[in-house]
Design a protein around this ligand. Structure first.
Ligand code: G16
Length: 544
């Protein structure tokens, strides 16, 4: 076996963020940049020699080149076998599924998720551990520390492996299996959901849906499962071919970036159900005809209806949501008598809870929902859950959500994102606000009086690790709240996220427009934080 040791020097900027290392493609294309991070990853792990690694990505620009580099480095670092999706494709939840099913020691997923792709776009590398979930902070910190002291990396000298068909190869003694990226995942979905019932729904001729794959990774999954297996009409999946630049779009399933689907769902002849997923297939957006389901409400509705779904018929151990996610699910959990955990933003914080059997469903306001079937959020899973629910209840999406509010009350909720703002200005804003927090309790702003204000810190109930600095919270006496956070996934300047929430019990007030319902909270947020003055922005980039 011909292994080359290459002398290198550390880069100082390889600390993974909310979800792996994300940078501009041009940063990753610098000589040794990717190699250093991969070597740091292998160096930070132990006990993997001879083991199985899963490798794949969302098909974005630079994936093919990166995959060949990683294969050669895996061989040089003693990996026994690599399972790689055909054409290098593996959605994030499918990678999690394959890691678990084939008892891999971990997986490397090449994606910058919902961030744009192409030569001018973003690239990312994420390491997942043997449970199939994103590496916890202690692992990502070990990778980062190693990256700061790296002086060499190892790489095999060998020809590239063809990935365009399923086959077995050898690379410098390491086995490489090019696998069907969809098969294991589709089988898992079939075990959880009532495919016959969903098939009958599509077959009735009375139900139509559109799924927007946004030219990202879920196209092949959605076509195989929705159209070929469940009988949805051909053409149900739009923008279904993965493209390396996502067709120039921003593969983020929200009301702004999935505007084509939103337009279809607001037509007079709109389909009954609309959904979209993101770059790497872990996010979902759920729409009814002329109706948007917030991710927070979606989690609450799925929780309340879980026992109607075969895979969850025995009930839920508990649920979890990220701190900025609305408390709609808390009310459902309370009524069901199951625990509800509040974690920091980042799917990695759910892993321990799921491994310990404490929670079954999890969700985030950032269009992420999932369960303990894998250890990642899962876009298509959420879509299938909704389809199964619609097939059982035979009501519209809007009817299901409105009935939910009637029972539990409505948590009006909105997130305002200020993308690519000046990083120093954003950090100054947060610092000033942090200083202000202790004096806020007791202060009254219009109809709202501050009860508490803090910088969210989380102690993991399983391993007792503490994660501080997870978002500034202003909690009002009536349960309303305002949260400020800086995103951990942006690659340009800083992204300031402002989250506002207000609970309304009376059914007669549920019809209000969300932005109207939270308008006073937005005004208070501006008054307290001075977003306009500090960032120079008059309005957010994205409102969800
Ligand atoms: C990632 C994480 C999520 C997180 C989201 C937004 O999602 O996996 O847990 O909620 O980023 O994070 P932030 O607010 O820090 O930008 P994805 O889909 O990008 O992997």
């Amino acid at each position: 076996m011909d292994i080359r040791t290459v002398i290198t020097s550390p880069f100082g900027d390889q600390r993974p963020g909310t979800s792996g290392l994300r940078k501009k493609v041009s940063v990753f294309q610098q000589p040794h940049y990717l190699e250093n991070f991969i070597q740091a990853t292998f160096d930070a792990l132990s006990d993997y020699a001879g083991g199985t690694l899963v490798l794949g990505g969302d098909g974005r620009y630079y994936n093919p080149a990166a995959i060949q580099i990683i294969l050669k480095m895996a061989a040089a670092n003693g990996v026994g076998r690599v399972l790689i999706g055909q054409d290098g494709i593996l959605s994030t939840p499918a990678a999690s599924c394959v890691i678990r099913k084939h008892q891999a020691f971990g997986g490397i997923i090449l994606s910058a998720s919902h961030n744009p792709g192409g030569p001018e776009g973003d690239f990312g590398v994420k390491y997942n551990t043997a449970n199939g979930g994103p590496a916890p902070e202690k692992v990502t910190e070990a990778i980062y520390r190693r990256s700061t002291e790296l002086t060499q990396y190892r790489i095999a000298v060998a020809p590239d492996i063809p990935l365009d068909r399923r086959a077995h190869h050898r690379l410098s003694g390491m086995a490489v299996e090019v696998i069907d990226p969809v098969a294991d995942y589709a089988q898992l979905m079939e075990a959880l959901f009532d495919f016959n019932r969903i098939h009958a729904l599509f077959n009735s001729g009375l139900f139509h849906m559109r799924f927007d794959a946004m030219h990202a990774v879920t196209g092949p999954y959605a076509r195989a499962i929705l159209e070929e297996r469940l009988g949805a009409l051909p053409g149900t999946v739009m923008r279904g071919t993965p493209l390396e630049d996502f067709g120039g779009g921003h593969p983020d399933p929200n009301l702004t970036y999935a505007d084509e689907l939103v337009t279809i769902m607001n037509r007079s002849s709109a389909p009954d159900f609309g959904a979209a997923s993101d770059g790497d297939g872990d996010r979902n957006m759920i729409l009814g005809s002329h109706f948007f389901v917030t991710p927070s409400d979606s989690l609450a509705v799925l929780t309340a209806n879980a026992t109607l779904i075969p895979g969850y018929a025995d009930g839920l151990a508990g649920v979890a949501r990220s701190m900025p996610t609305s408390a709609a699910v808390d009310r459902v959990a309370g009524a069901m008598g199951i625990p509800c955990f509040e974690t920091p933003t980042g799917w990695k914080f759910f892993g321990n809870l799921m491994d310990a059997g404490k929670v079954t469903l999890c969700g985030e306001e950032s269009f992420g929902t999932g369960s303990n079937h894998v250890r990642e959020k899962d876009g298509l899973w959420a879509v299938l859950f909704w389809l199964n629910l619609l097939a059982v209840r035979r009501e519209s999406v809007e009817e299901i959500v409105r009935q939910h509010w009637a029972v539990y009350g409505r948590n009006f909720y909105s997130r305002h994102d200020y993308e690519a703002v000046n990083a120093a200005a954003a950090h100054d804003l947060m610092a000033a606000l942090r200083t202000r927090l202790p004096s806020l309790p007791g202060e009254t702003f219009g109809a709202y009086t501050v009860a508490t204000a803090d910088d969210f810190s989380y102690t993991d109930p399983v391993d007792h690790s503490v994660s501080g600095g997870q978002g500034l919270r202003i909690l009002f006496q009536d349960g309303a709240r305002i949260v400020f956070r800086l995103s951990g996934t942006g690659t340009e300047g800083a992204t300031l996220r402002l989250y506002v929430e207000r609970y309304v019990r009376e059914r007669s007030a549920h019809q209000q427009d969300t932005q109207v319902a939270v308008a006073e909270l937005l005004t208070i947020a501006e008054r307290i934080a001075g977003i306009r003055r500090r960032t120079g922005r008059d309005a957010p980039t994205v409102i969800t």
